[in-house]
Design a protein around this ligand. Structure first.
Ligand SMILES: [Zn+2]
Ligand SMILES: [Zn+2]
Length: 301
């Protein structure tokens, strides 16, 4: 009997509008990237610690069982109204267990300031943890919570990444607001110009919370959608893997990372390893359009 070639993947002629997170590799690859970026960096200790944090996220995600997704009626309603299907206010309680796992794992050899925050989180009651999550997700930070928030963010990233991974990409649709995640409604942390058969040279925005990616046009502002006054900036001597895309119409910016320049680039890790670029474009009068949730504490010092 003649053997037929078996096709494991759908034909690749059409680029995916939405790329869902791959739970088996996402946080492990990010941890490796932080480790690599830490070498010889002026913020080496901090980047290496974020590598440990990403590795703890990877371990915790393995222990999170499948979580309940919104029912068919809720999904249909979201679709009809052009809304994302996940509601941040209805987060699964499992995130608090994930937080305790991550905090317990990191506590062993955390630097002093982080250690204090981790101890506080390990001793926290559910009400305070939920209040911290509300603070983080609303974007309204209070300086007193600053040290705890990156760990709260890390735990929420784990459960929302699990939820996002359980969708079929065809259940999701891109929203009218380009910079907002079509899965959970959070702002993008950065965009990635990807390599790969059907997605080569296409630009995807990367969700700051659930790690979903969605295709957006290149050379167009992801905040206000104009292509009139978009510019690219980088630090002198950088190799072009990370740039800041600025818009003179709305005076916003967001980083863009290029797999072609370095296939290991990660929108979260490479963003945090290039804070000098944020300073450069901040000084030039541009305001960042989306947060890096692992940096929240650093803003209020
Ligand atoms: Zn999202
Ligand atoms: Zn703009």
């Amino acid at each position: 009997m003649p053997t037929q070639p078996i096709e494991f993947h759908p034909p690749a002629e059409e680029a995916a509008a939405i790329l869902l997170p791959v739970t088996t590799t996402l946080f492990a690859d990010r941890a490796d990237r932080f480790d690599g970026l830490a070498v010889g960096h002026s913020l080496a200790d901090w980047l290496a610690f974020l590598g440990q944090l990403s590795r703890a996220q990877h371990q915790a995600l393995k222990n999170v069982p499948a979580l309940p997704l919104p029912d068919a009626a809720t999904l249909e309603q979201a679709r009809a109204h052009g809304m994302p299907p996940l509601n941040l206010a209805l987060r699964p309680a499992a995130w608090r267990e994930v937080l305790r796992q991550i905090a317990g794992e990191l506590r062993k050899d955390a630097p002093e300031a982080a250690g204090k925050a981790l101890d506080a989180l390990l001793a926290a009651d559910n009400a305070w943890l939920e209040k911290l999550a509300d603070t983080l997700l609303s974007g309204e930070m209070e300086a007193g919570d600053a040290a705890e928030l990156p760990f709260v963010a890390a735990a929420l990233q784990v459960v929302f990444t699990r939820l996002a991974s359980q969708f079929d990409a065809t259940q999701l649709q891109k929203l009218d607001a380009h910079g907002i995640c079509p899965c959970c409604g959070s702002p993008a942390v950065a965009s990635v110009v990807r390599l790969g058969a059907a997605i080569n040279n296409l630009r995807y925005l990367h969700c700051s919370l659930c790690n979903t990616e969605w295709n957006v046009p290149r050379a167009t502002c992801t905040a206000c959608d104009t292509d009139k006054a978009v510019g690219l900036h980088e630090i002198d001597g950088a190799k072009g893997a990370v740039r800041a895309e600025t818009c003179d119409t709305c005076k916003s910016y967001l980083k863009i990372v290029y797999q072609e320049k370095d296939p290991r680039v990660d929108p979260v890790a490479d963003d945090l390893a290039t804070l000098a670029l944020d300073l450069l474009v901040d000084e030039a009068g541009y305001a960042r359009s989306g947060p890096n949730l692992l940096l929240i504490g650093a803003y209020s010092g």
